[in-house]
Design a protein around this ligand. Structure first.
Ligand SMILES: [Zn+2]
Length: 142
C-alpha cells in the first residue's frame, strides 16, 4: 500500500474511535462511505460524486444514509463542505483558500496562502472555509 492508503486508515481509525466514544453505531455502510470520502476529499467531491462512488463499491446504500453519514462526519470535524452551483462539495477540514474556476468548474486549493486567513482571523472571523471565484489558467479568455 502507498502512503495515501496508510493515511486513510489513520483517519478512519480516528473516526471509528470518535463514533464509539459518542455511542454511535459503526456500520459497514458508514465505513464504506467514510473511506470513500477520505480517498476522494482532495478532489473536492460533490455529494453526487460520493454517492456514485459509494454505490459502485457498496450497492444498495440509500441516499439518506450517505447524506447522514457525511453530515455526521462534518459535525465531528473530519470534513467540511461548501456549496457551489447548487451542489454541496466536501473538503478537508483545515481552513484554506479554495479557488473555483467559473469556466472549467475546477476547484484548486491554495494551502500555502495564509494571508487571507490571517486577515479574516484578525477581523475575528472563525474561518470554516474560503471560496474564491475566478478563472483558472486552463480556461479561455473570459
Ligand atoms: Zn479545498
Amino acid at each position: 500500500m502507498s502512503d495515501i492508503g496508510f493515511e486513510i486508515d489513520a483517519r478512519l481509525k480516528k473516526l471509528v474511535e470518535e463514533m464509539k466514544k459518542k455511542g454511535l453505531r459503526v456500520t459497514i455502510q458508514r465505513l464504506a462511505i467514510a473511506s470513500t470520502v477520505f480517498e476522494k476529499i482532495k478532489g473536492h467531491p460533490s455529494f453526487m460524486d460520493v454517492l456514485e462512488e459509494v454505490r459502485k463499491r457498496t450497492p444498495g446504500v440509500s441516499t439518506s444514509t450517505v447524506y447522514n453519514t457525511l453530515q455526521l462526519m462534518e459535525k465531528l470535524g473530519f470534513i467540511t463542505s461548501f456549496s457551489y452551483r447548487g451542489e454541496t462539495h466536501y473538503d478537508q477540514p483545515h481552513p484554506h483558500v479554495n479557488v473555483v474556476c467559473m469556466d472549467t468548474g475546477k476547484i484548486i486549493d491554495l494551502p500555502e496562502d495564509r494571508d487571507v486567513l490571517q486577515l479574516l482571523e484578525k477581523k475575528g472571523v472563525k474561518v470554516k472555509t474560503v471560496v474564491v471565484y475566478g478563472y483558472c489558467e486552463a480556461s479561455g479568455p473570459g
